[in-house]
Design a protein around this ligand. Sequence first.
Ligand SMILES: Cc1cc2nc3c(=O)[nH]c(=O)nc-3n(C[C@H](O)[C@H](O)[C@H](O)COP(=O)(O)OP(=O)(O)OC[C@H]3O[C@@H](n4cnc5c(N)ncnc54)[C@H](O)[C@@H]3O)c2cc1C
Length: 503
Amino acid sequence: MNNFDAIIIGGGLGGLISGAKLSKEGKKVLLIEQHHIPGGCATTFKRKDYVMEVGLHEIDGLDKNDPKTEIFSDLKVFDNVEFVKVPEFYCFKNERVDIVIPGNTKEAIDVLIKEFPEEEKSIKKIFKRIHAIRKEFNNLPLERWKVALLFPIFPLLYPNIVFNTFNTIGKFLDSIIQNEDLKLVLLANLFYYHDNPHSMSLIYYGVAQASFYGGGGHYIKGGSQKLSDYLAKMITDNGGEVLPGNKVTKIITEGNKAIGVEYQKTFGKTLKIKEVFADTVIANAAIPNVINLLPKENQKSLKQKTEKLEKSCSLISIYIGFKKEIKELNNKHYSTFVYDENVKNPSDMMKNYKGSFEKRGFVFVDYSQIDSGLAPKGKSFGVVCAVDYLTDWENLDEEEYKKKKEEVAQIFFKRLEKLIPGIIQEIDCYEVGTSKTVARYTLNPEGSVYGFAQTPRQSGMFRIPNKSPIKNLYFASAWTNPGGGFTGAILSGWFCANEILNE
Ligand SMILES: Cc1cc2nc3c(=O)[nH]c(=O)nc-3n(C[C@H](O)[C@H](O)[C@H](O)COP(=O)(O)OP(=O)(O)OC[C@H]3O[C@@H](n4cnc5c(N)ncnc54)[C@H](O)[C@@H]3O)c2cc1C
């Protein structure tokens, strides 16, 4: 007899949202998480007086056009988790331009036209296009959009989706803008989604950026752990179980059907293997790892569909506790993207991300600009974040790895001092989290933070669907439909739960 209606492998946002929705609808859920807390990238940790945010700088939208608004209302997230609007979308700085982009369409257009008056027409065109993409995308029956595609009326209802399916943001900007700095300003936060503008899906970039311009950026007061903890509590409050500190080691199948999992304690001496059974198994764990959890005879179909897919980049973060509120040092912005002069046009961006840390583009997020709840009064928390790859850290023994992390931290501190004079002496404590750290804590291969890279051929209708080729096995994570980031993972969990409930 089955012990549960659904077993969820992993407590990242995709797993938590699917678990919260299923348990709200009366299903008995077991969520197994290998780390000692739920959340995956949506977690915090404590150092001294500081709550250090692992993976949330900004979450987009939350306006009436954002599908998350309906999801959060249904799950009563707004009644239990406090969102704080951030003061602007971002600030961009390079040798030539220093500009603040508001998280509001009209104001953003005005600011950009003021800085680049000769590009007025193109600026308006870009905003029109990304909002049209967002509108169509949000109206799509996303859970089943392959079915919708069969209807001949599809291109008439969704022209911006259909005709931009293979387009990239890099190609789109190159086709209408002359000024390279304007392109760089618009692409400043590219690494919130991907590392290369010329392989970044225009549709995904459009939906996400238009959501930031439509509803602004938001932070979760007290840290993203508050959202993860609330969703985990929802599962237990509705009669389910959450088992942190336990790792799924195998998906049990009967023929081509998933029927349960084997799991064991992640840490400790008694690593006794346990079995548990359910009608449905949901993998929040990375899809490439799911293949290895399946018995050999069930691996083939999933392996064939995914083995050639490109993985997304990872991120390096330097989490810093400050003795002072950094806004007192005359820093005026929540998130500031800094690009080196060697980035002259979008084609230089990926080269730069793969180059030396001395010149690599980065963002500094100053949480003292908002009521973040991450530090005691008078102190503050901030993070430096940049694109990172496992190859940056390969072939190092433990000592060399530690040494290199420290060297990289010092490089970024110097660069930060240039941005905000006096900041170095306010540093109280810090931690460095690399792509290796992300891989260790989430088990995501290569520390990928957005699942399969969000390129045109791996996005939208081409993304691995929530329903796997194995009967009763589903996916809810950045690796599946629709994609990565907080929003992508949240939507994936929602689509997955609804698909199961509908069946
Ligand atoms: C530094 C950083 C900054 C970021 N900034 C932002 C931002 O500002 N805005 C934004 O929208 N997104 C941001 N992201 C990206 C976003 O956080 C992720 O894309 C998203 O949270 C991924 O969610 P997920 O559901 O795929 O699960 P993940 O967060 O990848 O978690 C997967 C979970 O499954 C567990 N697991 C895996 N295998 C097993 C197993 N066998 N048994 C048990 N448990 C298992 C892992 O321990 C983990 O908890 C950031 C990410 C990072 C790392």
